[in-house]
Design a protein around this ligand. Structure first.
Ligand code: SF4
Length: 219
């Protein structure tokens, strides 16, 4: 029986996932999680999802993935009188969270919110797995974001810790515990980013030229 712990890998795109899976798969059973509501269009979402599916098939034994549908709020037709819609509007939504930060540069507060939303989704998946199946002693989560040379791995790790704290499984009678545990990473280290480029070219997968949201697309 495979005794490796389970790790939810919050993946932003196929290329960044290649080297992350290469570095983690001997130690963890990896479940790729894709949350693309930060992306500028459904077309971009589909391209990245397609690339991730190939990476999952070729490098991760085609393990079941957890994919969040692409959802965008139509602000012009939003009925904020519905309480649950209002709650989701505030907590979960990239468009809403990043309002007023549109012109900030990459790496700014807007990006920190974006990292948090993606990592929070990984925590929600871990929580759901716990609920569905009590065999787990703990579940880890990590993110492919640290593959990018444009992203500050130390900042990502701080935000990973904040996301970890949102899990209801991580407190018991007021005391902290780590059933859902963030794994700090720096996949770009030791030539990791260059390796991801080589691996994704070999797999012939889509390699984007911008971070993902409409604010980062200068074309
Ligand atoms: S630039 Fe990238 S990290 Fe920053 S908000 Fe846009 S998609 Fe998210």
């Amino acid at each position: 029986m495979d005794k490796k712990p389970t790790l939810i890998l919050a993946a932003c795109c196929g290329p960044c996932a290649t080297v992350a899976i290469e570095q983690l798969s001997s130690r963890y059973n990896i479940i790729i999680a894709f949350w693309g509501n930060n992306l500028e269009s459904l077309e971009e979402y589909n391209k990245r999802l397609e690339a991730l599916k190939i990476v999952n098939e070729k490098l991760n034994n085609n393990a079941p993935m957890r994919v969040e549908d692409y959802k965008q709020i139509d602000f012009n037709n939003l009925d904020i009188s519905k309480e649950n819609e209002k709650t989701k509007f505030v907590i979960d939504n990239f468009q809403r969270s990043t309002l007023n930060f549109e012109t900030d540069p990459e790496g700014s507060h807007r990006c920190r919110l974006c990292y948090f939303l993606r990592l929070q989704n990984a925590v929600k998946i871990a929580d759901k797995i716990f609920k569905e199946n009590s065999k787990y002693e703990y579940i880890c989560f990590a993110t492919t974001l640290s593959t990018s040379p444009h992203k500050d791995s130390a900042m990502i790790d701080i935000i990973g810790g904040l996301a970890q704290d949102t899990s209801p499984h991580n407190t018991f009678n007021g005391y902290p515990r780590t059933y859902v545990s963030y794994l700090p990473t720096n996949f770009k280290g030791n030539g990791g980013f260059n390796k991801s480029v080589v691996m994704s070219k070999k797999l012939c997968i889509y390699r984007q030229t911008f971070c993902g949201c409409k604010y980062s697309n200068k074309n």
